[in-house]
Design a protein around this ligand. Structure first.
Ligand code: SAM
Length: 345
């Protein structure tokens, strides 16, 4: 009984429903901002449960909109919820929620892509990286156009222990287009295995929690949605700078149906391609005829380590970009054509 009494103490008082709030403030979803709302609080409660216990937690919710997920986070016992919302139309409705949960909801009108989350919470909540994660969570149902660039940015932050990861191994519970959720969590050999799978999994434990059918959103998006949970690993599976790992993984996956050496080749200038690719594949002890989707993370680690060694020997390799070489060649060809004499000259 005592436990349920405690639970009741952080539940919100009766409020207009999210649907009523939408009507009250005339919050039509903006197609341009890919706004798809979740009005079913059982579903938002289920998303919040994937984060683990939020009792007394600090939470950042990205894109609260009309506040369905926000209510579930508060009802789950978060002590300090910082919401970052780009669209001003939602601020009055969020203020109403904030009055219903005195001292527990902070509202920021801003863009999550630029907001300094490292300044959003007190430093005393930090936990050593090697210890348990801090009692800080990031939760959000974001537009697809934002969630992918955002997770790439946050993965880089994990690698560098910056942004929300200055507090330790902050956990994330986020929604993605179902196909992206599958790519993030795809295992070796699966059809969905991609650049995102490697980048997420070398840094985090990644779990595809459940799928929300598109029809659960208002308005209904074209696709279903996956809820993905991330916990940064104490020890990343690849111990090279993020940018270097990203470059190796991006190059390997640029020909995803071909043998992996095809992508590796593009890490090197044309004149030295064959020799350096052979050296890198040998050093990494990776079979060059495996497909990118068949490579394990330890094999990507071996490739990144081998590439780092080659770059240490020849630092110019690090800045070499195959597409830039192609672009320069194209420009040179064009200017040659323009300046070469024609028959009528
Ligand atoms: N969380 C609400 C829900 O589940 O019903 C709204 C979800 S809606 C898909 C995405 C929300 O993110 C919208 O409120 C939108 O205005 C907001 N948003 C979009 N881009 C944003 C950004 N860059 N920074 C902060 N909020 C953003």
């Amino acid at each position: 009984m005592a436990a349920s009494g405690k639970l009741a103490s952080f539940r919100l008082p009766p409020l207009p429903t999210v649907g009523e709030l939408i009507k009250l403030y005339n919050l039509r979803a903006e197609k341009q901002l890919s706004q798809n709302f979740l009005l079913d609080l059982r579903l938002t409660d289920k998303i919040v449960r994937q984060a683990g216990s939020l009792r007394d937690a600090h939470v950042c919710e990205v894109g609260p909109g009309p506040g369905g997920l926000t209510r579930s986070i508060l009802n789950a016992g978060a002590a300090d919820l910082l919401v970052v919302e780009k669209d001003t139309r939602f601020i009055p409705g969020l203020k109403l929620l904030s009055e219903a949960a005195p001292g527990r909801l902070r509202i920021v009108h801003g863009d999550i892509l630029t907001y300094r989350l490292d300044r959003g919470f007190p430093t005393n909540i930090s936990k050593p990286w090697e210890g348990d994660p801090p009692n800080l969570h990031i939760i959000g149902n974001l537009p697809f156009s934002v969630s992918t660039p955002l997770i790439i940015k946050w993965l880089e932050n994990v690698a560098n222990r910056t942004g929300p990861f200055t507090f330790g191994r902050t956990r994330l519970t986020l929604t993605f287009q179902k196909e992206v959720a599958e790519r993030l969590t795809a295992s070796t050999g699966s059809k969905q295995r991609s650049r995102l799978s490697i980048m997420a999994q070398y840094l985090c434990t990644v779990h595809n929690c459940f799928t929300i059918p598109g029809r659960a959103f208002v308005p209904k998006p074209e696709v279903d949605v996956g809820v993905v949970h991330f916990t940064p690993l104490v020890q990343p599976q690849i111990q090279q700078p993020f940018q270097l790992v990203e470059k190796v993984v991006r190059n390997v996956f640029q020909f995803r149906r071909k043998h992996c050496h095809k992508g590796v080749e593009k890490l090197f200038p044309e004149a030295r391609r064959v020799e350096l690719t052979q050296e890198m594949m040998q050093q990494a002890d990776v079979d060059p005829i495996l497909r990118p989707t068949e490579l394990t993370i330890p094999q990507f680690r071996a490739l990144a380590d081998a590439y780092a060694r080659l770059c240490a020997h020849e630092p110019a390799l690090l800045t070499y970009e195959f597409r830039e070489e192609l672009r320069l060649k194209h420009v040179a060809r064009k200017s040659n054509t323009a300046s070469s004499p024609t028959l009528t000259d």
